[in-house]
Design a protein around this ligand. Structure first.
Ligand code: ZN
Length: 264
C-alpha cells in the first residue's frame, strides 16, 4: 500500500501507548500499526504549508516569503515574552495574534531528558508534551495570555533549560525527577504579577507512554535532502520522531512541507 502527501507533524491521541497518525489530504495512516514492519519513504518534492506553492522549504514547513510574512510564525511563537496582543499592538496581524495570544496558557515543567520549562496554549495539553517526547509533565501556572506565560518562562530559564536534548530523549536517557517537589520549590521564583495564577493545589503529573519496542543505542538523523530514499524496520515512535532498527531517526515535524511517498 502506498501513501502520498505533504508531511505535517503527526497527530496524536493520548493512550497507553500514545497513538500516532500521519494525515494526508486524501487519507491517513495509524503509524502504531507499522511497528516492527519495513517501511519505505521516498522524497518527491516540497510544498509550502502556507501558500501551497511547490517552493523550497525555509523553516517550519513554510517557504521563505511565508516565513517572514505569515502571522502564524511571528517571533512571539518561539519567544512568548514578545507577545503584545494584550496591549493591542500588532506584530504582523493583530486579529490573528489576539486569537492566539489572548487565551489560557500554561507554563509547565516536563522531563524528556533533563527537566525543562515550557509554555503552551492550554488547549494544546497534552499534545505539546507528546510532541516533545516528555515522559512526565506538570503544569505550574495557568495565565490568561501568552505574554504572562512568556515572562514566567523567562524567569524560570535561569534555573531550568528550555530545550529538549533530542538524542537523550530518543535514547530514553531520562533522569527521574519528583516534579511535584520541583514545582513547590519554584513558587517564589515566578514573577510577582503571575503569583496569583500559581497552581498551588493542582499537582497532576502526566505520565506519557510511547509506542517504542527498542530504544536506539546511537541515533543518526535522516535528512531527505541528502537521503531521498530510505527504507527500514520501524521500532518506535516518540515525540515527533520515527525510530528505525539501525538507529536511523526521522523527525517528521522537522520535515514539514516535504512531499513523500510512504510504502508499507
Ligand atoms: Zn509559502
Amino acid at each position: 500500500m502506498q501513501y502520498q502527501g505533504v508531511l505535517t507533524k503527526m497527530q496524536t491521541e493520548l493512550g497507553s501507548p500514545i497513538q500516532y497518525y500521519l494525515v494526508f489530504e486524501d487519507n491517513f495512516l495509524n503509524v502504531n500499526q507499522l511497528l516492527d514492519k519495513e517501511i519505505e519513504i521516498n522524497f518527491v518534492g516540497t510544498q509550502c504549508l502556507n501558500c501551497g506553492k511547490k517552493k523550497k522549504i525555509y523553516r517550519q514547513g513554510f517557504c521563505y516569503e511565508c516565513f517572514y510574512s505569515s502571522p502564524a510564525v511571528g517571533d512571539w511563537i518561539m519567544r512568548p515574552e514578545l507577545s503584545t496582543a494584550h496591549l493591542g499592538i500588532a506584530d504582523r496581524d493583530l486579529e490573528y495574534e489576539s486569537k492566539a495570544q489572548l487565551q489560557p496558557h500554561i507554563v509547565y515543567l516536563a522531563s524528556a531528558s533533563e527537566i525543562k520549562v515550557g509554555v503552551t496554549r492550554k488547549a494544546q495539553i497534552p499534545t505539546r508534551w507528546i510532541d516533545q517526547g516528555a515522559s512526565q509533565a506538570i503544569a505550574i501556572v495557568e495565565v490568561p495570555n501568552r505574554y504572562l506565560a512568556g515572562i514566567t518562562e523567562v524567569a524560570l530559564k535561569d534555573h531550568y533549560t528550555d530545550k529538549t536534548n533530542w538524542r537523550k530523549m530518543l535514547q530514553n536517557s531520562v533522569e527521574s525527577f519528583d516534579l511535584i517537589a520541583e514545582k513547590a520549590k519554584i513558587e517564589s521564583l515566578i514573577p510577582q504579577e503571575v503569583r496569583d495564577y500559581f497552581y498551588a493545589e493542582k499537582n497532576d503529573v502526566y505520565e506519557l507512554q510511547y509506542p517504542v519496542l527498542t530504544y536506539p543505542a546511537k541515533v543518526n538523523s535522516l535528512n531527505l535532502d541528502k537521503t531521498p530514499s530510505f527504507s527500514g524496520k520501524l521500532t518506535g515512535i516518540k515525540g515527533q520522531y520515527l525510530l528505525f532498527e539501525n538507529g536511523t531517526v526521522f523527525n517528521v515535524r522537522g520535515s514539514e512541507g516535504y512531499v513523500v511517498t510512504i510504502d508499507v
